[in-house]
Design a protein around this ligand. Structure first.
Ligand code: GDP
Ligand code: IMO
Ligand code: MG
Length: 431
């Protein structure tokens, strides 16, 4: 029986998962999104062209792959159709997409509610992407959500009307204009027609694939510290981007899972509100943002930037059972004179290496750093670890040492080919 490999973000998102997924999906038969929605933005640069995926699995750029949106994903059909059209205009046939009949659908009232809830939170706002993600997952758990299967079922109008009437009561109570259900009905019936050919029972499809010894790559969106259970609640997203989300989000038991690749940058970033122990709010943060082009793929917001945090990274490794790491943007930190690596927190005078997602704890901690020499020069053409300058090797070796986890991928630039792949690290994966 073949195994399911998984790619997960370890920090607050935007670690460069797209690039690693793109590489790994070359040798996979299926690329599967299992959680989140179009709050994600995954960038892949191929032959000078930039692709940004929000809903479609990033593995779709690889020929012969079957791209799957699992039941754990929330789907805005308008965004998905736009993405499909855009990919077609780039010459991809998009005849290899499979959408779970059980995935929940984002409606305009979810997007309106996302905005209203954020406004209402005032100073305590989360800084959501305002894509309706949280309100859609709320409906899923409240059991009034509308699923992809419902879009094409005979009682769709009834379900939609009920929801729009109920949501309008809240929307009007907040002083906003009510929504017109007939307009939404018409629009979504058109979407349903377009998406119908892609809809199926993706869980049984994936299990047939496993029996046929085909390989599956599950691609995480968001990241560990944005997890609804394990992240810096309430400054999180509304799903489980951690390892458990794979099982619930596409119906694959944990015993099928093989490698779990954790993706991080050689520094860190966060977009949206919430604690961030290693954040640099001054000049150095601005410098990292400019060097790393740290502006949101989805919302274009400037990302908050800081140093790599091994306390948080070790938490993500522990929670997800990460078997190997991918470290992107080594080129970016290599442009700095000095690089800092957070190895512990100072919490009221105590040295702490165990992460806690508790907000009071995180906002009280200050980072304890080790410092490394930067100025790596141009490393974009390095194809092996040995070709990297000594200072770059020292930095990576120290991360491996303090995490006890092999660094299998090293990002030396944004393009597809700017990745060092250390095949030898594969052998050490069995723990
Ligand atoms: P994701 O959400 O985890 O897929 O990451 P994003 O695509 O939102 O953000 C990562 C950004 O870093 C994108 O602009 C990538 O093109 C870029 N990127 C990824 N790896 C590297 C790298 O090794 N070096 C540089 N300079 N850029 C990278
Ligand atoms: P990728 O897959 C970075 C953040 C938002 C906000 C919080 C809640 O590209 O790494 P939501 O709209 O999900 O309710 O917002 O989560 N967020 C992300 N930050 N990368 C992402 O995805 C994110 N998806 C959500 O900025 O702080
Ligand atoms: Mg992103």
């Amino acid at each position: 029986m073949s195994k399911v490999n998984v790619v997960l973000g370890v920090f607050y998102g935007d670690e460069g998962k797209g690039k690693i997924i793109d590489y790994l999906s070359k040798s996979a038969d299926y690329a599967v999104r299992f959680s989140g929605g179009n709050n994600a933005g995954h960038t892949i640069k191929v032959d000078g062209e930039k692709f940004a995926f929000h809903l479609l699995p990033s593995g779709i750029l690889n020929e012969n792959i079957k791209a799957v949106l699992g039941n754990g994903v929330v789907i805005d059909p308008k965004v998905l159709i736009e993405e499909i059209e855009s990919l077609k205009s780039h010459g991809f046939p998009v005849n290899n997409l499979y959408i779970s009949d059980k995935a929940h659908v984002i409606f305009p009232y979810h997007i309106v509610m996302d905005g209203i809830l954020e406004e209402n939170r005032g100073e305590n706002k989360i800084g959501t992407t305002k894509r309706g993600i949280g309100p859609c997952y709320c409906d899923k758990f409240e059991r009034c959500g509308i699923r992809i299967a419902d879009l094409i079922a005979s009682n769709f109008e009834e379900l939609l009307k009920r929801n729009v009437i109920n949501k309008n009561k809240i929307i009007e109570a907040y002083g906003h204009e009510p929504l017109e259900y007939r307009q939404i009905l018409e629009e979504y019936r058109e979407y349903a027609e377009k998406l119908k050919p892609y809809v199926c029972d993706t869980t049984s499809m994936l299990h047939k694939a496993l029996k046929n010894d085909e390989s599956i790559l599950c691609e995480g969106a968001q990241a560990t510290l944005l997890d609804i259970d394990f992240g810096s609640y309430p400054f999180v997203t509304s799903s489980n981007p951690t390892i458990g989300g794979v099982s619930t989000g596409c119906g694959i038991g944990s015993s099928y899972i093989g490698e779990v690749y954790g993706v991080t940058k050689a520094y860190s970033s966060r977009v949206g509100e919430g604690p961030y122990v290693t954040e640099e709010t001054g000049e150095i943060g601005d410098l990292i943002r400019e060097l790393g082009h740290e502006y949101g793929t989805t919302t274009k917001r400037p990302r908050r930037c800081g140093w790599l945090d091994l306390v948080a990274l070790n938490y993500a490794i522990m929670l997800n059972g990460i078997t190997a790491l991918a470290i992107n943007h080594l080129d970016t930190v290599g442009k700095l004179d000095k690089i800092k690596l957070c190895i512990a927190y100072n919490y009221n005078g105590n040295i702490i290496t165990d992460f806690s997602s508790n907000i009071d704890f995180l906002t009280s901690c200050t980072p304890i750093y080790e410092e490394f020499e930067g100025n790596f020069g141009d490393i974009s053409n390095c194809k092996t670890f040995d070709e990297l300058p000594e200072n770059a090797q020292k930095y990576i070796n120290r991360i491996e040492e303090l995490t006890d986890t092999p660094v299998k991928f090293i990002g030396t630039g944004a393009a597809r080919e700017n990745t060092i792949i250390r095949e030898e690290k594969q052998k050490q994966l069995i723990r």
